[in-house]
Design a binder for this molecule. Structure first.
Ligand code: IYR
Length: 226
């Protein structure tokens, strides 16, 4: 196949071609399932097995990435003391954000979500998954650096798969982005080539969890077929 001697190929395995009807049904079913996902801010404290979180992270790790560099690290936290420290640091940043750092337009745009500087879910939810992007490769032994490509795109896709996987497992999620997030690298002892991009909060929703009354754009408003 490929002329390049550095390119090694193996047969595509695990792919089964569905017939038209099956394909149509599967696309529909997956859409319905994912359309039921909502960002949740009220969590139950019930524990969730580590194995479930591990498989969701495995799924995230299947995302495509630039030159297959897989420029991501997922730090999954269940330790209560660590969660408390993250909450305290995040709330400190959020206080400044909501007190005006965000600017009027941003705060106006957020008003309908009813968010504020209080982030109890950072302690209440059983798991916080902090997603780090690798701005470049850094060998921990030699200190040797390498490049990574399309880092934000790659990590964004991995986060999407992570959220989809957690949803499919039956968990609620919240993508939380305290800004700035520099404190997370220090708090979690990550190397200098890594930057936190979001916290994915995961757990069961609280029994009577409420969510904002929002709608999704219709297909006609997001897609153009030519
Ligand atoms: N990081 C803040 C603010 C926030 C910003 C956006 I854009 C949102 O969609 C939601 C919240 C917070 O977590 O409250």
């Amino acid at each position: 196949m490929a002329e390049n001697p550095q390119a090694r190929f193996i047969p595509l395995s695990g792919y089964e071609r569905p017939d038209r009807q099956r394909m149509t049904e599967r696309a529909r079913a997956f859409y319905h399932s994912m359309n039921a996902r909502r960002t949740v801010r009220e969590f139950a404290s019930d524990p969730v097995p580590q194995a479930v979180i591990a498989d969701a992270i495995r799924t995230a790790g299947t995302a495509p990435s630039g030159a297959n560099k897989q420029p991501w690290t997922f730090v999954a936290i269940r330790d209560a003391a660590l969660k408390a420290r993250i909450r305290a640091a995040a709330e400190k940043e959020e206080k400044a954000f909501y007190a005006g750092k965000a600017g009027q337009e941003w705060l106006r745009d957020l008003a309908h979500l009813g968010t504020d500087e209080n982030k109890p879910f950072l302690e209440k939810a059983p798991w916080l998954i902090v997603v780090f992007q690798h701005n470049y490769e850094l060998d921990p032994e030699t200190g040797k650096r390498g490049k990574a490509y399309y880092i934000q795109e790659s990590v964004g896709m991995a986060c999407g798969l992570l959220i989809a996987a957690l949803h499919q497992a039956g968990l609620a999620t919240l993508t939380h982005t305290p800004s700035p997030m520099g404190f997370l690298r220090d708090l979690l002892g990550r190397p200098k080539n890594e930057r936190a991009v979001m916290i994915v909060v995961a757990g069961y929703p609280a029994p009577h969890a409420m969510v904002p009354d929002i709608t999704r754009k219709a297909l006609e408003d997001i897609a153009i077929f030519k």
